[in-house]
Design a protein around this ligand. Structure first.
Ligand SMILES: Nc1nc2c(c(=O)[nH]1)N[C@H]1C(S)=C(S)[C@@H](COP(=O)(O)O)O[C@H]1N2
Ligand SMILES: [Mo]
Length: 393
């Protein structure tokens, strides 16, 4: 019997990539290597080369709980700045008793090193599916704009304590060194988190890390060398790369990427933007990687990832369906579920002959679960509808 499986989503992504950057770049270690210190360091599908936006193929992504750097998506709004780590300084200012200016060496000397595993995902992950409902602008991400890494650095809370917080401190702003052109104006990439998140410590997962290592190696240029914030549970945009300034304030950062981008709105009207809240934590989510093409039985093994909502719960169950959600089969979780990190899962599914639509949905320990249909929004953020894959057998 001939079984040919095909992901309509992946195929569409493939067409987009090839149209925009050419086939060589899609397959493209050659195309990508230029952006890296060492050629051959990454193995990703490229959406755009400048700025570099690239995601992993699902089969690569679901093969390891800790995502190797070469398979870790890259999302940059401008060119990656090349920073001399000797001259680099981190400034801490705003509502603090003693503003700080620290070299990388001082940061490492003065504060205790801390490691935490956390999943980073772009708010635009799975945007491409929203575009199938009604086109949205921006990078047409498939389900690969996500990765799980071990981050090592110092706790933001330790640095803030050393600077001494003033009484009215409520928010912490981050600013990167990259220059981005927005509407013909040059702006810096910025993020913002509530102070309560910055000071949180949930089972040894700090609310935010100032990280210099990813999976035990210095950050690569594209992932933010020499320093970035990592905010477990929050959308990737709050984990600011090439981090050079931390400002403590009584209100969230006015930066474009906090106040204008990354909001869930249905229409482009000033009131809609003003009324929409800033997105902080990510939503519960999951995705299926296709079964192996050589699979040849009615029972198929499918694999994927599932991410708990970023507010501290952990994955409670992952279910897959081969009949549009009439019946569900529990997937086997391949690691112990933890807050702020994904789990990989696998399931044996009875796939009827012909064409079927496999779907997955995850539920976390706080009861957050994925809706059948995504909430379409103007900027294409936070798609967490059931992820589906059409297979033919
Ligand atoms: N300075 C800076 N930080 C940034 C960005 C950026 O363009 N500039 N992109 C953000 C977004 S939208 C995401 S999803 C993550 C991606 O991190 P990664 O490229 O290491 O995967 O970085 C965030 N931090
Ligand atoms: Mo993002």
């Amino acid at each position: 019997m001939d079984h040919s499986f095909q992901s309509t989503l992946n195929r569409r992504a493939f067409l987009n990539f090839s149209a925009s950057v050419g086939l060589a770049a899609f397959f493209g270690r050659a195309g990508l290597a230029r952006a890296f210190q060492n050629p051959g360091d990454v193995d990703l599908s490229v959406h755009s080369e400048l700025p570099l936006n690239a995601e992993a193929l699902m089969q690569d992504l679901v093969s390891k709980w800790i995502t190797p750097v070469k398979h870790f998506y890259i999302r940059s709004h401008g060119a990656a700045p090349k920073i001399d780590d000797g001259a680099f300084r981190l400034k801490v200012d705003g509502l603090v008793e003693k503003p700080l200016e620290l070299s990388l060496a001082e940061l490492k000397e003065r504060f205790k090193e801390h490691s935490a595993t956390a999943t980073l995902t772009c708010a635009g992950n799975r945007r491409e599916e929203l575009s199938q409902i009604k086109p949205v602008g921006g990078v047409q991400w498939g389900p690969g704009a996500i990765g799980n890494a071990e981050w090592t650095g110092v706790k933001l809370s330790d640095v803030l304590k050393a600077a001494g917080l003033k009484e009215n401190a409520k928010h912490v702003w981050f600013e990167g060194l990259d220059e981005i052109t927005e509407k013909n104006e040059s702006t810096r990439f910025g993020g913002s988190i509530p102070l309560s998140k910055a000071l949180a410590d949930d089972n040894n997962i700090p609310g935010a890390l100032l990280a210099f290592h990813m999976n035990g190696e210095p950050l690569s240029i594209d992932h933010g060398f020499p320093l970035r914030s990592v905010v477990p549970g929050y959308i990737g945009a709050r984990s600011v790369k090439w981090l050079t300034k931390i400002t403590v304030s009584d209100h969230p950062s006015p930066n474009h990427f906090v106040q204008e981008a990354y909001k869930l709105v249905q229409e482009d009207k000033p009131l809609a933007w003003d009324e929409a809240g800033v997105i902080y934590h990510f939503s519960v989510n999951s995705a299926i990687a296709g079964p192996a093409p050589k699979a040849n039985a009615q029972t198929q093994k499918v694999q994927g990832y599932a991410l708990p909502q970023g507010d501290g719960g952990q994955i409670a169950k992952v279910e897959v369906s081969a009949n549009n959600g009439q019946t569900w089969t529990a997937a086997k979780l391949l690691s112990e579920p933890k807050p702020y990190s994904w789990v990989l899962w696998e399931a044996q599914l009875q796939v009827p002959a012909g064409s079927s639509r496999l779907a997955v949905r995850a539920t976390d320990s706080k009861g957050h679960t994925q809706p059948e249909r995504p909430l379409w929004n103007l900027k294409g953020y936070m798609n967490n509808g059931w992820h589906a894959l059409v297979v033919k057998s």
